[in-house]
Each structure stands twice: as C-alpha cells, then as structure tokens.
Design a protein around this ligand. Structure first.
Ligand code: AMP
Length: 403
C-alpha cells in the first residue's frame, strides 16, 4: 500500500496538485496556473505552512510539476492519482496503461477541454516518475450504475449505439464520497435512498440507492441540469435554433454563451459568485435576488425529480462551496420542498460552522446533513485500492511461478 499519494488535477493551462500522506491528516497543496504563458506561476504550496508564489515564465506542465514537487522536500509520492473528467463507460478507477490512455483519448469528443489536458498531465508525470504506479480516477465512473431509463436520451437510437450519445454524469468522486460519508454518519453506511446536492461553481445533484448512483442531473456534458456559476443548466434545445434564426449566432457562440456567460452570472449580470450575489441581494439588487431564487427553485425541482429514482428518500446531503457554507441557500431550497416532509432546524442550519459536517433537520421527516466533500481524499483512496490490487496480483503471479 502506498504511504503517500500525489493527486493531479490537470487543466489546459493549470495544474492543481496535492500530496496526501498515508494517515491523510497531512496534505500539501499547490496550484500552477497560466502555463505556457509569460505569467506562469506556482502558488500556495505550503510546506510548514509557508505561502509560496514562484514565477515560472513560459513553463509547460512538466516543468511546473518539477518545480512544484521540488518543494515537497522529503515527501516523495509512492503512487499518483489523476482526476479524469470523462472516462466514457469505464466503471471504476484504473491503473494507467496504454489501453487506458487510449480510452481517455477516445472520450475526448465528450470532454474536449478536459481530457486532452489530463493526457498532458499523465505524460508529464510518467516522464517525471517512470517507476511509480499511476491511476486514473474518473468523474463519470460512479454514475455508470445508472439504469438505461435514466441515462438514455429520447433521440434516435443510432446516436447512442454508434456515437455514445447518452447521459454520463459528473462530480462522481464528490457524490460517492459524500453519500458514503453521509450515510455512515446517519448510521446506515451505503444503505437506503439519499439525494446529494454538490453546489459549487459547477453544481449537480445525484440520487443514490444502497451506495450506487441511480440518476444525476448532469448529462452528456457538465452543462445539463442545475443553474451554475456561469453555466445555464437545462434550456429548451430549440433555443439554439431561435438564436441562429433571430440573432445569426453560430453554434460555437451559443455554446460559449451557455457555458461561460449564463447561470448566476447571466441572470444577475453581476457575478458568478454566490457570496457576491447574496451581499448584492441584501443591498437591494433585484437581479441578484432573482438569480438566487432561480438557483434554489431549479435545485429543488432537480431534487424532486431525481427522487423518482429512489424507492424511498432517507435524506439529503449538501456539499460544495455553496452547499457547505450557505445556510441561506439551504433554507431557501428546502422551502420549495415542503411536500417531501423535510423539516429543517433553522437553528442547527444557521449554527453549522464552515467546513464542518453536521445534521440540520429537526428530527422528523427525511434527514438533512451538511457533508464537506473530499474529492482528493476519495481519489487517494481509490488510487491506493488499485495499487493494492496490483500488488496482490503480482504476488499471486510470483507465488504461482515459485509453486
Ligand atoms: P466551489 O466551486 O465548491 O469552490 O464553490 C464556489 C462557490 O461557493 C462560489 O459561488 C462561492 O461564492 C460559494 N461560497 C463559498 N462560501 C460561501 C458562503 N459563505 N455563502 C455563500 N456562498 C459561498
């Protein structure tokens, strides 16, 4: 079993990395950004809590990792876990082999911004640590247990059979961690029916039955579903035709608008940041007030519709920057779900401290919990699991040769 796992989350011009030591009480974090530009830099590697800001002009992913990891002093990783957004139909974390690299590449049309960047990250860490086991942990894998009636779109069949057009779902490591941890806190580990609401700059909901995802709000791409920071979530698909016919917009402009200029930002015309919007709303900004209301209403609608995937609803877990920190958003959302019997304890909700887990219902109806997510911890665990299996397989093979 590895003693320390390096977690890599590689974007097209950025890398988030973290070294988790075995007991996972100790973590070192870093962020390399603006890679490939004169402004490239590494921030926030805290070894002994020192803030770090290193300029690395024009550095690529490999150089950035070299510089960042040189700050880790004696703490060398034993294994590497890569967060991969799209794993196509892969159902679990996998040891990175040429075949898995091919599968990540094949899923690129489904995540054109993310998967190529992940491949760059894998290439860089393979060159830096040729002897270490590397594991791919997929955002989509947790949702591969969804039944066909939840993952198929009502479009011609060949689009699914020949072009893989279906719902995949994302934020899987977060929904998996939060539902496992939350059901454990509730005394029924991986048992029963739970809804999770991961609310951050990207947001999604999930319905989980006995520890398995049965439906989720994101689809073919992370644009479907809830109102997000800059993403619209669900719109009438005919909006595209309307914009083309009336404004002359092409598909790329429409896609950019829906992904980067919509959501809370589009509605408020002010910000994609929920804290900013709550402050502006308190000061009387009507657009900010409406953006918050649409966010909460659409979230409640999503939770209500996902509950159809569950034989019964034992409770709801809130997580993500908004879900963990905003009592106001939690209360407003639950205000739209009185018919589910949710009975929020306003006091417990308001008293929950930032970053802590806790139960916030009044003791009747489905349970309501806040569970801070830990995607890094989950990726480290899955990486450890794959490496442990690899070690067992190697040992069995050696024993067989000796015998
Ligand atoms: P994440 O993407 O999970 O880091 O979440 C980012 C979102 O969480 C942003 O919209 C933040 O404004 C929001 N957020 C963080 N703290 C709070 C808070 N105390 N109240 C409301 N929103 C918050």
């Amino acid at each position: 079993m590895p003693n320390s796992v390096l977690i890599i989350n590689c974007g097209s011009s950025s890398i988030k990395f973290a070294l988790l030591l075995k007991d996972q009480n100790f973590r070192i974090h870093g962020l390399a950004e603006n890679l490939g530009t004169p402004e490239a830099r590494i921030k926030g590697v805290t070894l002994g809590n020192e803030p770090v800001d290193i300029k690395i002009p024009n550095a690529d992913h490999k150089e950035a990792l070299e510089v960042g990891l040189s700050r880790l002093a004696n703490h060398k990783p034993d294994a590497i876990g890569h967060r991969i957004v799209h794993g196509g139909t892969l159902t679990q974390a996998e040891l990175i082999t040429d075949d898995i690299i091919d599968k990540i590449r094949q899923a690129t049309p489904l995540a054109p911004l993310h998967n190529p960047a992940h491949l760059v990250g894998i290439e860089a860490t393979k060159r830096l640590f040729p002897d270490l086991p590397q594991v791919a942990v997929f955002d989509t894998a947790f949702h591969q247990t969804m039944p066909a009636h939840a993952y198929r779109y009502a479009v011609p069949k060949f689009l699914y059979t020949e072009h893989n057009v279906r719902r995949y779902g994302f934020h899987g490591t977060s929904h998996a961690y939060v539902s496992d941890r939350g059901s454990e806190l509730a005394g029924s580990f991986k048992q029963g029916g739970w809804l999770t609401a991961h609310l951050g700059n990207g947001s999604s909901t999930c319905a989980i039955w006995n520890g398995q995802s049965v439906d989720t709000s994101m689809g073919l791409t992370p644009l479907e579903g809830l109102v997000m920071g800059t993403r619209s979530g669900d719109v009438d698909p005919s909006l595209h035709r309307f914009l083309e016919a009336n404004l002359g917009w092409d598909i790329y402009k429409i896609d950019k608008m829906l992904n980067s200029q919509s959501g809370l930002l589009g509605l408020s015309n002010l910000s994609n940041d929920m804290r900013t919007l709550i402050e502006a709303s308190e000061q009387g900004n009507e657009d900010a007030t409406l953006a918050i209301e649409v966010f909460c209403y659409r979230l409640a609608k999503s939770l209500a519709s996902l509950s159809c995937g569950l034989p019964r609803v034992d409770g709801l877990f809130f997580t993500g920057g908004i879900g963990e920190n905003s009592a106001y958003i939690r209360e407003k959302t639950l205000g739209y779900l009185p018919h589910f019997g949710f009975n929020l304890s306003v006091e417990a909700n308001n008293n929950l401290k930032r970053g802590t887990e806790g139960r916030i219902d009044a003791g009747t109806g489905p349970q309501i919990w806040v569970v801070p997510t830990d995607e890094e911890g989950r990726i480290a665990k899955e990486t450890e699991h794959v490496v442990a299996e690899l070690t067992t397989t190697k040992k069995t093979e050696q024993d067989a040769v000796v015998a």
